[in-house]
Design a binder for this molecule. Structure first.
Ligand code: EPZ
Length: 409
């Protein structure tokens, strides 16, 4: 099995391109099912999760081909509406295909998808949203026809918001989703659907209005990956130096950048890039994750890894996923001083981290271990690289472009 080897202790200098967002492109791949003609997703990142989405589209019957970094999808031949377990189990993003299948074919099977082991991650909000649209349920199977209505989410779930707004396009009349998630990836999905002629408004707020009607044809590139940008920003904080994140959109990262500024990082926000510098950190104070625009849960592990190097004590509270502290143990193995009580971690800053053999338990844990390794003395061997390849394009190559001593082996 591959591992990521990083010899720490070197500051980072240089510029890297930020790839298209994994969490924007996955719902766009699912949305392709809805289009009446071919659609194009530009600048797709080369990630195993993207390849999993392509495999699902092809299983359903769609014609999918790459043109450079663009994906061209012709959904017209789609006739299957049941995704086999081995494809559903590849990632959380598999669940996004159920709403479009229900909208297009009047049928879907909402089985529990795969994804990072960071909590129970049920799909009950998705199920009750389908029923609010008039779908009839038999076990995991849901079938139409669908009628527009009011959907009230108990929690601003990103996936449920995306899945249900896509299902609503197959409903007659108007649907409103209340307590909707507001993430930039949702606005990107709606931009893609609007490029196909759909009438969706309110995305980016807590109430989204959807008029039933499938999209025709369209093309769009996903927004830049704000979590890749966040991970490299934390890497800079940990290792020190000065880097440029080319293509990053700082407006998607306000909460994270505020924390890094409070910890002593220098940050210049330009229209299409972010320039960061760091030469020693202090604790930024308490951090609590929450729905957008709050501090993003996907940046919680990488920022914890960076704050190990900050003078003083940092308290991080994880409120989105009840099981998202898998990175604490391997960070402790590297010398981090972290006290954990439920979803609250108390990090006591230390100047000494040591390279060790560690294993990533999930995608952002993998990012966090790389962040810690860059600030550690000696060699760190990170196992569980498959997690990293799911969500970070050319991760080792981008680290090397910043002067890090990193390679896959
Ligand atoms: C999306 O996951 C992202 N994944 C996650 O990124 C991200 O952490 C998360 O949103 C929150 O921002 C993709 O977009 C592919 P949720 P999702 O539904 O949709 C509970 C990464 O690292 N919940 O907003 O699964 C759930 O258990 C990944 O890139 C229910 O209880 O997240 C959690 O506690 C990790 N019932 C909370 O809501 C449901 O039906 C938020 O989950 C759905 C969710």
């Amino acid at each position: 099995m591959q591992s990521l080897l990083i010899r720490g202790g070197k500051p980072l200098y240089g510029t890297i391109p930020i790839s298209g967002s994994k969490n924007a492109v996955l719902p766009m791949l699912a949305a392709a099912v809805l289009f009446r003609e071919s659609c194009r997703i530009r600048n797709c990142p080369d990630l195993t999760d993207v390849h999993a989405g392509v495999a699902i589209l092809r299983w359903l019957g769609a014609e999918v081909r790459w043109q450079g970094r663009d994906l061209l999808v012709n959904p017209e031949p789609i006739a299957r509406w049941q995704i086999p377990g081995e494809l559903m189990g590849l990632m959380r993003g598999s669940v996004f295909f159920t709403g479009p299948l229900l909208a297009r074919l009047g049928n879907c099977v909402l089985s529990v998808p795969g994804g990072c082991p960071i909590g129970a991650r049920p799909v009950d909000f998705h199920a009750s949203g389908f029923e609010a649209l008039g779908a009839v349920r038999e076990g995991d199977r849901f079938f139409g026809p669908l009628t527009g209505g009011e959907i009230c989410l108990p929690y601003p779930s990103v996936g449920a918001t995306e899945n249900l707004l896509m299902a609503a396009l197959g409903a007659s009349g108007i649907t409103r989703i209340h307590n909707a998630a507001r993430e930039p990836e949702i606005v990107c999905l709606c931009d893609f659907l609007r490029a196909g002629g759909c009438r969706v408004t309110g995305d980016g707020t807590d109430t989204i209005h959807i008029r039933g009607g499938l999209p025709g044809t369209g093309a769009l590139a996903p927004i830049p990956d704000r979590m890749e940008a966040a991970t490299f920003a934390c890497a800079l904080a940990s290792a020190g130096g000065e880097i440029i994140l080319d293509g990053a959109d700082h407006t998607h990262l306000t909460a994270l950048l505020e924390v890094l500024e409070r910890s002593g990082c220098g940050i210049i926000k330009e229209k299409t890039r972010i320039i960061l510098s760091a030469h020693g950190l202090v604790s930024p104070g308490d951090i609590t994750t929450g729905p957008y625009p709050g501090f993003p849960t996907d940046a919680q592990a990488p920022v914890m890894a960076a704050m190990i190097r900050a003078r003083g004590e940092t308290i991080i509270r994880e409120t989105v996923f009840e099981g998202r502290m898998g990175h604490v143990e391997p960070l402790r193995a590297m010398g981090a001083r972290i006290a954990l009580s439920g979803g609250t971690a108390r990090i006591t800053g230390t100047w000494e981290l040591l390279g060790r053999k560690v294993t990533a338990s999930d995608l952002r844990c993998g990012g966090a271990l790389a962040v810690a390794a860059l600030g550690a003395r000696g060699l760190t061997e990170i196992h569980g690289v498959a997690h990293i390849l799911r969500g970070y394009e050319d991760f080792a190559g981008k680290l090397r472009a910043l002067g890090a001593d990193a390679c896959l082996a």
